[in-house]
Design a protein around this ligand. Structure first.
Ligand SMILES: Cc1cc2nc3c(=O)[nH]c(=O)nc-3n(C[C@H](O)[C@H](O)[C@H](O)COP(=O)(O)OP(=O)(O)OC[C@H]3O[C@@H](n4cnc5c(N)ncnc54)[C@H](O)[C@@H]3O)c2cc1C
Length: 365
């Protein structure tokens, strides 16, 4: 009589796995086995999500598209969404947010972001001027609701300026076939500043969009009252707007005045500031740093400017990547004016990327 070999039981296998992992940890100490695996295959599934920069392609003198091979944990994106990326600069990992500009189904599995270098911008200058192919960066999964709806609108208007073209280019590169009546109105200071100028021209040539370009150095800033002549049926269109704060605020007011706010989709790259705080003496308790902070200065900036390393993400209060603990005093949300105060010595959390000191306060960093 033959006896069937005993099936290994799951608990025993898991236990064996634990033992092997502990042996590996003992062998590789002080480096964790996971860190060794990261060195060998940093893009493997199960690792923290990373991406390898494959190419940095200039778009204009100030803007570049970064082509990235994401790790195997990448879940894909919906056109118009953005990602957070973590880039090491002088030994410090800086997180920023960028819209995806690539096709969702690139045959080689790559994704792309397009970055405009802003004056004194820590990360954007680094990406556009110094980032090298081969560099590993940290990634987060895509998120955001500045996307086309599942039911494609019959008539669309894309109103963009400067780097605000990026999420819209993400949509246009992936546009549904039934988006047949799309008007795009894009502003940039000069012809040579137009990001994706050739792509826009191609889309216009094939009839995919009706394109209006405005060069503001010569023609002045767009006044939305001009829409009546440039896009006479603008009231009938679903509209996506992205660009500098002035354009976005004007668009919100314009569509609200027309009673059409529900047609308007806005993507902001920076928070909309409504109030200022009171300012005060800020103590970063762990770092032992004490500074005077102005009432209109986000506490994340105050920390970074004074050498206090703080986690960060979108820098506009949407990703909660910077949440920190306030142990004394008050801070004010500059978007809403809302005050967060420590009562009875009970620490509270707050978002330093959108909150400023409202009097003296102590932050656990
Ligand atoms: C949802 C979302 C999507 C985004 N998509 C893109 C994108 O596709 N392409 C892109 O280039 N950027 C995009 N951004 C902006 C980007 O995340 C960074 O804010 C920008 O690159 C500046 O970072 P920095 O480190 O260079 O500047 P910082 O060093 O953080 O700031 C330097 C100075 O510039 C000011 N500043 C910060 N951001 C801006 C800004 N956007 N415009 C003008 N002044 C600013 C700061 O107040 C500060 O005074 C997006 C932001 C969000 C929230």
């Amino acid at each position: 009589m033959t006896t069937a070999p005993a099936r290994p039981n799951r608990a025993a296998l898991a236990g064996l796995g634990d033992v092997l992992w502990k042996v590996a940890a003992a062998v590789t100490t002080p480096v964790l086995p996971r860190e060794y695996l990261d060195l060998i295959d940093p893009l493997r599934s199960g690792a923290d999500l990373r991406g390898r920069v494959l190419d940095v392609r200039p778009e204009t003198a100030d803007a570049a598209t970064v082509v990235i091979r994401p790790g195997r944990g990448w879940l894909g994106h919906i056109p118009g969404q953005y990602i957070r990326i973590g880039v090491e600069i002088d030994g410090v990992r800086n997180w920023r947010t960028y819209s995806l500009t690539s096709p969702v189904d690139a045959p080689d599995g790559t994704i792309a972001i397009t970055v405009k270098a802003i004056p004194d911008g820590v990360v954007s200058q680094h990406i556009v001027r110094r980032l090298q192919p081969g560099t590993l960066i940290m990634l987060d999964q895509a998120t955001g609701d500045f996307v086309l709806p599942a039911a494609t609108p019959t008539k669309a208007l894309f109103l963009t300026a400067g780097s605000g073209i990026t999420p819209v280019m993400g949509m246009l590169r992936n546009r549904p076939a039934d988006l047949t009546d799309a008007v795009m109105l894009h502003s940039a200071p000069r012809p040579q500043d137009v990001i994706f100028a050739n792509d826009l021209a191609d889309l216009a040539d094939t009839g995919a969009i009706t394109l209006h370009r405005r060069h503001t150095d010569d023609e002045g800033m767009l006044d939305l009252a001009e829409l009546d002549s440039v896009v006479p049926d603008w009231r009938e269109r679903e509209v996506w707007v992205c660009g500098p704060t002035g354009l976005l605020d004007a668009a919100e007011a314009h569509w609200a005045a027309a009673g059409l706010s529900e047609r308007l989709h806005v993507e902001r790259f920076r928070p909309k500031i409504a109030v200022t705080g009171e300012g005060g003496t800020v103590t970063f308790t762990t770092s032992d740093v004490v500074v005077e902070a102005a009432g209109d200065e986000m506490l994340l900036d105050v920390g970074e400017e004074n050498g206090v390393l703080m986690p960060s993400g979108c820098r506009m209060g949407i990703c909660f990547g910077c949440v920190s603990t306030l142990t004394e005093g008050s801070v004010r949300d500059l978007r809403t004016g809302e005050l967060t105060t420590v009562v009875d010595d009970t620490p509270v959390t707050f978002q330093p990327c959108v909150q400023a000191a409202a009097g003296d306060c102590r932050i656990e960093r």
